[in-house]
Design a binder for this molecule. Structure first.
Ligand code: NPQ
Ligand code: MG
Length: 362
């Protein structure tokens, strides 16, 4: 039995990136995250990470809002043992839920992977490469990531930097497993243009249209031979089930934060698996805390495609935890210790933190 929750610490961190990361919605020069630390009456702790951005650009959520919600609503409710009665805000909720689950699992000596029903000890890794101004800056990155062993390379695309970029990469790497991610930058009227990707052998085209365009994606999937993969659209098990039924996707990217926590993430995995839809674990440039959670999730049997579960070094000169390292076969070990199996290194956490607060019961 778990002792009562005693306090929730919120720690905002910023980590430098090895290289700015550009997507169709903006460029990131550093990673900002909110870490949640839950402490129970026996002093046992658990960790979670909010994967929202510093701005509401990937989705509506952003860290300033998540901070207030966690501090003023979600943590006080958890400390009082109440349901917060909150809609939306899946990333903030997921971060707290993960921290609470981590306390419990650490006390019971159960790994997050075992708790979720994971069936493998190592997971297959892909890598996501940002948009580059010049193709000469992209090709060497593809080459070196393939040489490191990554099993799939995802190219970020946007209107004006799409079919030609993918064609050049495909010509240089005829046998590589490649995908493209538009982060919702196109409209249904672009279907004819996107069909230009069809002969380039992509494993899938990720989130071409805005998140709420379920029928738009279904129409597009009908026109393309390339499988459509949904990311931003998949906000719940309900949406996932409807997207599958409508034929809006043939592949699903699952992110714990986007769907509201480990429970919903597993539910989407289960229903996709029952329908024969392959899933893979997405990434949000997580620190080692969120990365550990992703690796645990990706160990479930339906995660049959390589995830954006890259090594820490792909993004960060230094990580908050011991860095996750990928073997030359393109796999990373799933943490096997209790809970997340990792914790921040105190000195590094101190150096990276820019704001802290503690919420207590009462
Ligand atoms: C994606 N991830 O699949 C996302 C994009 C992304 C690895 O390509 C803060 C907020 C950081 C939003 C990092 C990858 C983010 C972010 C990446 C979105 O679409
Ligand atoms: Mg994506």
């Amino acid at each position: 039995m778990t002792a009562d929750l005693e306090a929730v610490d919120l720690i905002r961190v910023r980590l430098p990136l090895v290289r700015p990361f550009r997507t169709s919605f903006g460029t990131m020069a550093e990673k900002e995250a909110i870490l949640v630390r839950a402490v129970d009456a026996d002093g046992a702790e658990g960790w979670g990470e909010c994967v929202a951005g510093a701005e509401p650009s990937y989705s509506e959520e952003w860290n300033d809002a998540a901070w207030l919600l966690l501090r003023d609503v979600l943590a006080p409710a958890a400390l009082a043992g109440r349901d917060p009665g909150v809609r939306g805000n899946p990333m903030a909720r997921s971060a707290l839920d993960l921290a609470l689950l981590d306390v419990d699992l650490r006390r019971r000596g159960v790994s997050l992977a075992a708790h979720l029903g994971g069936t493998r000890e190592r997971v297959s890794c892909g890598v996501s490469l940002g948009i580059e101004e010049r193709i000469e800056d992209l090709l060497p990155q593809v080459e070196s990531r393939l040489a490191e062993g990554y099993r799939r390379v995802k190219l970020k695309i946007e209107p004006g930097r799409d079919v030609e970029v993918v064609r050049e990469v495909r010509e240089a790497f005829p046998d590589a497993s490649l995908s493209a991610d538009a982060n919702a930058a196109y409209l249904p009227a672009d279907a004819g243009h996107l069909a230009g990707l069809d002969h380039l052998g992509l494993a899938y085209l990720e989130q071409p249209l805005p998140a709420d365009h379920l029928l738009g994606h279904a129409d597009l999937q009908e026109r393309l031979t390339t499988p459509v993969c949904l990311d931003e659209t998949i906000t719940s098990a309900t949406v996932a089930a409807e997207a599958i039924r409508l034929g809006a996707c043939r592949v699903i990217n699952i992110k714990m934060g986007r769907v509201g926590g480990p429970g919903p993430a597993k539910a989407i995995h289960d229903l996709a698996r029952a329908q024969g839809i392959p899933v893979w674990c997405g990434g949000m440039l997580e620190t080692g805390i969120g990365r550990a959670a992703n690796l645990a999730l990706a160990s479930l049997p339906g995660f049959t495609l390589p995830g954006d579960t890259s090594a820490s070094a792909r993004y960060f000169p230094f990580d908050l935890t011991e860095p996750f390292v990928m073997d030359p076969d393109g796999t990373i070990a799933v943490p096997s210790g209790p809970g997340l199996g990792v914790a921040p290194i105190p000195d590094i956490l101190e150096r990276a933190s820019v704001e802290r607060t503690t919420v207590r019961a009462g």
